[in-house]
Design a protein around this ligand. Structure first.
Ligand SMILES: Cc1cc2nc3c(=O)[nH]c(=O)nc-3n(C[C@H](O)[C@H](O)[C@H](O)COP(=O)(O)O)c2cc1C
Length: 180
């Protein structure tokens, strides 16, 4: 009997906050796929600010590690809030470091934006991922407005539709990886 190989899913939260709703969504998704290596990237706040002068054949070690992690991932799921009607700076900084390396080219990527509103950041991120020629998977994008009203004090999703929607995003990512 053949056993399906565990997939390596890199999960990136755009919020550095300890009690982040976005990180909690990713932890929830992690909990429902114990058969896969679904892991949370914790290097976002340790990346140097993007500087083209450092983006040479010997980039900083944090950047080498980031690029290696992305390359080794079968797929990536990003879950982020919106700040000041834009993409959180630390997340955009990370994406800027992937431009020259092409690390995200054809990489299956899912995107959840969970915020108070979130529309601008969601649209902006989709545009950036498109420019990076990531494989934004079909059914793998979701905007969740009013996120705080859809979670309880323990950061569990209380809104059934939202819980279903985030699961569907992950399913779409896994299905796209299986097909690639
Ligand atoms: C500095 C700052 C700016 C924010 N700007 C926006 C915004 O432009 N649009 C929005 O939808 N939410 C905005 N918010 C609210 C966040 O969406 C909300 O705090 C969200 O829960 C943060 O995600 P997290 O729980 O994962 O940290 C902002 C929050 C902060 C702290």
């Amino acid at each position: 009997m053949s056993v399906a190989k565990p997939l390596n899913i890199m999960a990136i939260s755009g919020s550095l906050r300890i009690d982040s709703s976005n990180t909690s969504i990713l932890k929830f998704l992690q909990s429902i796929v114990p058969q896969h290596n679904f892991w949370l990237y914790d290097g976002l706040d340790k990346l140097p600010h993007f500087n083209p002068a450092l983006d040479n054949e010997h980039p900083p070690i944090e950047i080498q590690n980031l690029r290696k992690a992305i390359t080794e991932a079968d797929g990536i799921i990003i879950c982020t809030p919106e700040y000041a009607f834009g993409v959180p700076g630390s997340l955009k900084n990370m994406l800027d470091w992937t431009v020259s390396s092409g690390s995200l080219v054809d990489k299956p990527v899912a995107l959840i934006t969970a915020s108070s509103v979130g529309e601008s950041a969601h649209a902006s991120l989709l545009k950036t991922l498109e420019v990076l020629t990531a494989n934004i998977v079909k059914g793998g994008t979701l905007l969740i407005p009013f996120i705080r009203a859809k979670m309880n004090a323990e950061n569990q999703i209380t809104d059934e539709q939202t819980e279903q929607n985030v699961q569907n995003v992950l399913k779409a990512l896994l299905a796209a990886i299986a097909q690639s």
